[in-house]
Design a protein around this ligand. Sequence first.
Ligand code: ZN
Ligand code: ZN
Length: 146
Amino acid sequence: MAGVRTGRCLCGAVQISIRNAPVALGACHCENCRRWTGSALIGLTVAPEDIAIVGSDSVTAYRSSDWATRSFCSVCGSTLWYRLTVPTPEEGSYEIPVGLLDNPHGLPLTSEIYIDRKPDGYVLAGATRQQTAAEFEAFIQASMKE
Ligand SMILES: [Zn+2]
Ligand SMILES: [Zn+2]
């Protein structure tokens, strides 16, 4: 169900409100997401105009690659969001971890990327659309606006 979803970091210094909230989750198993989150980034993609952020003073953005930044709460260290900074259709969008949401339920996991980089000790349940690192990177290259 689309609608409003709210969330916050562990300490509450950063609070978010999402409107037109997506109805599905995606997972990324890449090395950067694994180290950043401790396992995988499981989140929802939110357009910049659909998110309101309170507590921006407590947000630190770390440039994790040439194409993206990863933000965390400067007070409690919670993972906050991933943003693409290169010109693609999703440039500027926020990838918000489902774990930030006050109500994280009712959002099925529908896709997994970097599936070939996932630690072999666990699998996520359900039938998801899966892409390997090579498949996903080819997709991103094809969608880049030159
Ligand atoms: Zn915090
Ligand atoms: Zn990733």
